[in-house]
Design a protein around this ligand. Structure first.
Ligand code: AFD
Ligand code: MN
Length: 387
């Protein structure tokens, strides 16, 4: 694709940032507090909007319930609109209540299962108020020891809960089911891989789709294969972008393996799925434990934009011809030519053409916003994981 066409495609790319990225976060060993961290969802939305205004590639901010519970979601949506960003995916949370010690929707106790289902239905009620399309379902459910519970029975419980929620969501809403191969459960996880998520979504119907969290695979997994397969099936609902070195590290997307991110986005571009009309949500799901929150999000958006720009530069006709001819090295070289292209000048041009500073990170540093929020956000209690 030529540069002008690539820029038009970049105009279409809309990434969703996570509200929880702006709050304090850490590992099970320590959560490091940072100055200026938001104290409520309104301040989180304001920080997300700063990233949106500087990068030009962010359309919405994902919420997490109960971390982002407010009395008036209409007021939060209006605040977001005033700041130039929309409210996006509603992330459910069935992993931080003592009742969920043996699972939530898959728990052996029907009372616990009902409590989890009621939470999911509450999230849909919130979606009706925020105008969100997607309900994110990630279940920490699983077991730690062989024999602890019945693997198939847990799938039956999961299917029953998903079916109840599916019947509740509206015609223009979706439920997106995320998988993760382990953690916090260590022996079985009830939605461990793309196949289980896909099978449940297939059974549920067209409003159920799979979420590919790039940090949720065993080392060495070919994620772009999963992405290509789900795109072909029309069942790729969303990404949760982050990167990992060893586990679900929730590091800055592209930081550990920019080539993998490029290969993933190459499949998305080839499927013409950058356009929001393709209904693939590009969501960041990260935690900036040691780096400043807003710059961490800006870097993440830049990494996704660079991977997409490289993928857009792949000479698709030449690639298809080389593949058809069985020209192994020729086809690989065509892909690598695009990956090896420094797209930063192209992106800087694109930003200037859109009236943005070509260097968003420098613009943020010069804005004084970090100093302002550190000075103003005194008192109250800083947002965190609620863990
Ligand atoms: C945790 C889970 C999962 C989920 C996210 C938001 O591992 O990735 O999407 O929380 O709820 O990171
Ligand atoms: Mn995720």
């Amino acid at each position: 694709m030529d540069h002008a066409s690539a820029k038009r495609q970049l105009d279409l790319l809309s990434i969703e940032v996570p509200s929880w990225a702006y709050g304090n976060s850490g590992t099970r060993f320590k959560v490091f507090a940072q100055p200026g961290v938001p104290r409520d969802p309104f301040e989180k939305v304001s920080d997300a909007a700063v990233v949106a205004r500087l990068t030009g590639g962010v359309g919405s901010v994902a919420l997490h319930i109960p971390w982002d519970k407010v009395d008036d979601y209409g007021k939060l949506a209006a605040h977001a609109a005033d700041e130039g960003i929309a409210l996006g995916t509603i992330n459910s949370n069935t992993f931080q209540d003592d009742d969920y010690v043996l699972g939530s929707v898959c728990a052996p106790d029907p009372r616990v299962r009902r409590k989890a289902i009621d939470h999911l239905l509450e999230c849909v009620d919130i979606m009706d108020q925020t105008g969100s399309r997607d309900l994110k379902l990630w279940f920490a459910d699983g077991t730690n020891y062989p024999g602890q519970d019945d693997i198939r029975a847990r799938q039956d419980r999961l299917a029953e809960a998903l079916s109840i929620v599916y019947d509740r969501i509206g015609d223009h809403q979706r439920m997106v089911l995320e998988y993760k191969f382990f953690e916090p459960a260590f022996y079985t996880t009830d939605v461990p891989d793309w196949g289980v998520s896909y099978a449940h979504c297939l059974r549920l119907g067209p409003k159920a789709k799979v979420v590919v969290d790039t940090g949720h695979h065993a080392p060495g997994t070919n994620i772009e294969f999963i992405v290509a397969f789900l795109l072909r099936e029309g069942k790729l609902g969303a990404f949760d972008f982050n990167s990992r070195f060893y586990a679900d590290d929730d590091l800055i997307v592209g930081a550990s393996d920019p080539f993998q991110l490029f290969r993933i986005m190459h499949e998305v571009v080839k499927a013409d799925a950058i356009d929001p009309k393709a209904d693939v949500a590009f969501v960041l799901d990260q935690c900036h434990n040691i780096e400043p929150k807003i710059p961490g999000q800006i870097r993440s958006i830049l990494n996704v934009q660079e991977a997409v720009a490289k993928a857009l530069l792949v000479d698709q006709p030449a690639l298809a011809a080389a593949q058809a001819a069985g020209d192994v090295l020729g086809a690989n070289a065509i892909l690598m030519d695009a990956y090896d292209t420094d797209v930063r000048p192209l992106l800087q041009e694109w930003r200037v053409e859109r009236g943005l500073d070509p260097r968003p990170m420098d613009a943020y540093r010069a804005s004084g916003y970090a100093e302002r929020i550190a000075a103003e956000r005194i008192g109250g209690s800083q947002a965190g994981w609620g863990a």
